[in-house]
Ligand binder design. Structure first.
Ligand code: ADP
Length: 261
């Protein structure tokens, strides 16, 4: 049966987790992790009865520790599972908790796969209504492996309106469709910058790219988030904007997509 099952991984739910939402992007740097963090916080803020977790499987460039202002080694439970670290009411797990911050992650495929296996199967989440998963950018082995190993309620794809980002986002959407993960829709990020002095609006990466792609792929636009200094500062200081400035305009854009879940 070893041989029979090779290449046909079985989907097994993560214990205690009701719904898994993956946040993906084609390209790096488009705001995928920022979206994952703020989506997790917004889901929790929107309904305080919901327990929300955040899993960072971006093993090469984990950004959740910094964005969620968390550091340290997870404790082990009695059954030898890693306990997530908690901040802002969100249970978090990241490769960044398991390796030195500056350690070069020059990993071979097998090591990456065993790290993913650990993050998927050896965490004691308790009971979660939502687990938001921050994927690595692109459509490689990690994305495939996560999609094939756990049942996923849906994928959110983040892109800027720039052609090069959209092309890769398109590939991402196709990959999820191939592995039968429902794509919930696209989040268009960094679409417009408004000068804080003169209020002039500039579409730095283009205006409607993600909307066009959404039409092509017959997907919804879940949110359209401006490029704003507050969002960047909030992320970089580990005080995500949904937590630190819940009343801001920027957050109202983020809130719109929570209502899809
Ligand atoms: P990815 O996960 O796609 O690599 P990140 O979420 O790490 O992207 O975002 C890349 C950088 O851009 C981060 O410094 C983040 O704070 C910043 N950023 C993301 N979205 C916005 C936005 N809407 N406005 C301003 N800065 C943003």
């Amino acid at each position: 049966s070893q041989i029979m099952s090779r290449g046909l991984p079985k989907q097994k739910p993560i214990e205690g987790v009701k719904q898994v939402i993956v946040v993906a992007s084609g390209k790096g740097g488009v705001g995928k992790s920022t979206t994952a963090v703020n989506l997790a916080l917004a889901l929790a803020a929107n309904d305080s009865s919901k327990a929300v977790g955040l899993l960072d499987v971006d093993v090469y460039g984990p950004s959740i520790p910094k964005m969620m202002n968390l550091k340290g080694n997870p404790e082990l439970s009695q059954s030898n599972l890693m306990r997530p670290l908690l901040n802002y009411g969100i249970a978090c797990m990241s490769m960044g908790f398991l390796v030195e911050e500056t350690a070069p992650l020059v990993w071979r495929g097998l090591m990456v796969m065993s790290a993913i296996e650990k993050l998927l199967r050896q965490v004691d989440w308790g009971q979660l209504d939502y687990l938001v998963v921050d994927m690595p950018p692109g459509t490689g082995d990690v994305q495939l492996s996560v999609s094939q190993n756990i049942p996923i309620s849906g994928a959110v794809i983040v892109s800027t309106p720039q052609d090069i980002a959209l092309m890769d986002a398109h590939k991402g959407a196709e990959m999820f469709r191939k592995v039968h993960v429902p794509v919930l829709g696209l989040v268009q990020n960094m679409s417009v910058f408004q000068c804080p002095k003169c209020k002039h609006k500039t579409h730095i990466f283009g205006a409607d790219g993600a909307r066009r792609l959404a039409r092509t792929l017959d997907l919804d636009i879940l949110g359209d988030i401006p490029l704003h200094l507050n969002i960047r500062e909030a992320s970089d200081t580990g005080q995500p904007i949904v937590f630190s400035q819940p009343e801001s305009d920027e957050v109202s854009y983020i809130y719109k997509y929570v209502f899809y879940f």
